[in-house]
Design a protein around this ligand. Structure first.
Ligand code: SF4
Length: 435
């Protein structure tokens, strides 16, 4: 079958070791079979695995990182801003993918690219800039140690424009924390499976895209009709307003009521003080605005500001249910301002809030049960709800300081180091359990 539209049929392949960029034509049969996004990614990662005789170090230059939107990314449909990061995961050593919202994938498509794949390792910390049809690898060692937001600002200054989308890593990615994420649009992350660590291992601080091309759509009128229907359905849905107001934060009460809210490292499933950290509390006391991914009327992003207390001035987008549950009840924290502070810290450092909450929770329980000693914790006690110790431990993980160096390698290394932790870390093949 000949694919008439919906794709540019362009695969941009970057070799950071050689410093080369090559545009390849994507075959119709490949498109028809694998469609886009993680489908494209899974096939390319599988082929690369075979090429290396199934021996790939996830943090080695040979690990292929695929970034792929889908054929509906960026067209006039609800929530069509999604984009997949796919590679062999440093958390599991197996296939991994992570979905990113925001607008990065849309603009990547507008450069005329259906698939971006990156192999090799740059000689120094660099930024990949895809500017419509042109691709440049810019050495930017000055970005070392910069948070995701700082790095994004510096890159935009260097390029002399704000009209780009940037997907960047923080110090967590640079330090190859095995659950480091890739951040875009302030707080949208490809959060899971350690995609940020892979970029760090490749000395790739950020991917920047600027695209002005029209997206190929076969039947514009048909697409518009479908889109109108979909938008209308959503707007008339009985939960639409609640979703706009609270986003996924409305799940906190539901999960608590059903007895599935991760609490104290999943030991409990109901959090007595859930009303202090739920969607209603967020809306009444902290929320100052909304944000959305491309073309999403649900705008689930909650921009929050802490107006009083020790975290005064903290501004962050989020958290959503997963982040709130894992950095809140799962750690015994009932102070929503502290959850906001931890969320912001993870976003700045570029580490996944789910794995971070899971590993910190297991550390607290490990200490409580005597599996970890005070000396293992570098002499600093930690307990449920101890906000300062928890925020400090998050910093140590991203910077790989003290015990943070072991925790940064995720569940497998923690269990290797302290076999009894196997009983209390919730993980599947090395990937920490989500909420
Ligand atoms: S704004 Fe929220 S609901 Fe909409 S696409 Fe993004 S993550 Fe999904």
């Amino acid at each position: 079958m000949s694919i008439k539209s919906g794709y540019f049929k362009q695969h941009l392949h970057i070799d950071l070791t050689k410093g080369t960029a090559e545009r390849r034509t994507t075959a119709d049969a490949f498109i028809e079979k694998y469609i886009g996004g993680r489908g494209f990614g899974a096939k390319l990662v599988w082929d690369n695995l075979k090429k290396h005789d199934f021996k790939i170090d996830p943090l080695g230059p040979e690990n292929l990182l695929v970034v792929a939107p889908g054929p509906l990314t960026g067209v006039y449909l609800p929530s069509s801003g999604k984009n997949s990061f796919v590679a062999i995961s440093p958390a599991t050593g197996l296939y991994g993918d992570s979905s990113m919202g925001g607008g990065f994938g849309v603009e990547l498509r507008q450069t005329g690219t259906d698939i971006l794949s990156v192999t090799g390792k740059a000689p120094e910390l660099s930024v990949l800039f895809i500017d419509n049809g042109e691709t440049t690898i810019l050495p930017m060692p000055e970005l070392k140690g910069k948070s995701c937001l700082e790095a994004e600002g510096m890159i935009k200054e260097r390029l002399g424009t704000h009209a780009v989308h940037v997907a960047t890593i923080g110090i967590g990615g640079e330090n190859m924390v095995r659950f480091a994420c890739v951040n875009t649009d302030w707080s949208r992350n490809a959060g899971r499976a350690g995609m940020g660590a892979i970029m760090g291992a490749k000395n790739l601080k950020a991917i920047v895209v600027r695209g002005h091309m029209d997206l190929p759509v076969y039947d514009v009128a048909g697409l518009m009709a479908e889109a109108e229907q979909a938008f209308k359905y959503m707007e008339e849905h009985k939960y639409f307003k609640l979703w706009q107001q609270e986003g996924l934060m409305n799940v906190i009460d539901y999960a608590n009521e059903k007895g599935i809210l991760p609490t104290y490292n999943f030991k409990d499933s109901v959090f007595a003080r859930h009303d202090q950290i739920n969607g209603t509390t967020m809306v009444n006391r902290y929320k100052i605005g909304d944000s959305a991914c491309f073309s999403c009327p649900m705008c689930c992003g909650n921009i929050c500001l802490v107006k009083s207390g020790k975290y005064t001035g903290t501004v962050v987008e989020g958290p959503e249910y997963e982040t709130c549950a894992m950095l809140g009840p799962n750690l015994g924290i009932d102070n929503f301002a502290a959850i906001l502070s931890a969320t912001r810290l993870c976003d700045e450092l570029g580490i996944d809030t789910i794995s971070t909450g899971s590993i910190v929770g297991a550390t607290i329980e490990g200490y409580e049960k005597g599996i970890l000693s005070l000396s293992d914790l570098d002499g600093r006690e930690i307990a449920w709800g101890d906000e300062d110790a928890i925020l400090g431990l998050i910093q140590k993980i991203a910077h790989r300081q003290g015990i943070g160096d072991i925790l940064a390698d995720g569940s497998h290394r923690i269990i290797e180091n302290w076999p009894e932790m196997d009983k209390i870390i919730l993980q599947v093949k090395g990937l920490e359990q989500s909420a």
